[in-house]
Design a protein around this ligand. Structure first.
Ligand code: AMP
Length: 195
């Protein structure tokens, strides 16, 4: 298999959530990554949206790098179909390796694990530890209350607007994905056919 054109680290729920659009969108993300010759980097689980995005990438012929802590191999059902599955010792090792392997980050709907991963890469970016684009898929307004809260944080001067500008939020995965890859400065030509 040839080298991927780009690597996107996707953070998302280990649960599927309660709307069919969550699963549909996770599939679309995996298909888009594969279609454009990219590679998915993710937490290596088989459950929920995590499993859906990995399955969709693999089914469309894309590469998948899974990174999972040993203690979670059974709990999250490590995905044995990954192109590369890295079993690491700690959650910190997992996040470090995922961050190293990614050109950009994208958070889909998820729970506190997803939030933690999203906020970590955002705080690292504000401190200049990396310069990789960060996307937030606000599917069906899932993240609207959080974005509203964050705008309140700016209004109350616990952060500046420039920090909000470090993340890209969009309701449409097919707009967000190319924007993230382009912001990462990768010279790739997207295929014109859909997905
Ligand atoms: P969740 O969004 O809670 O369903 O979790 C999604 C992913 O985040 C799962 O792979 C979890 O293992 C992972 N996760 C959970 N807690 C943490 C944490 N403290 N730091 C990083 N990742 C976490």
């Amino acid at each position: 298999m040839s080298e991927p054109n780009f690597s996107i680290c996707v953070f998302c729920g280990s649960q599927p959530g309660n709307q069919k659009e969550f699963t549909e969108s996770a599939k679309q993300v995996g298909q888009w990554i594969a279609h454009h010759g990219g590679q998915l980097v993710y937490g290596g689980g088989r459950n929920g949206l995590m499993g859906t995005v990995a399955d969709a990438t693999l089914a469309a012929g894309g590469r998948v790098v899974g990174v999972i802590p040993r203690a979670l191999v059974e709990k999250e059902w490590a995905h044995t179909g990954c192109t590369e599955l890295h079993v690491v010792e700690t959650m910190h090792d997992r996040k470090r390796l995922m961050a190293e392997r990614a050109d950009a980050f994208l958070a889909l709907p998820g729970g506190i694990g997803t939030f933690e991963e999203f906020y970590e890469v955002w705080t690292w970016r504000q401190l200049g530890y990396h310069n990789k684009p960060i996307g937030l898929l606000n599917l069906n307004g899932y993240y609207s209350p959080m974005l509203e809260f964050l705008n309140g944080v700016v209004a109350q001067q616990f952060m500046g607007p420039w920090q909000m500008d470090l993340i890209q939020a969009d309701t449409d995965a097919l707009k967000l994905l190319p924007s993230l890859v382009q912001s990462a400065g990768l010279p790739i030509q997207f295929k014109s056919e859909s997905i």
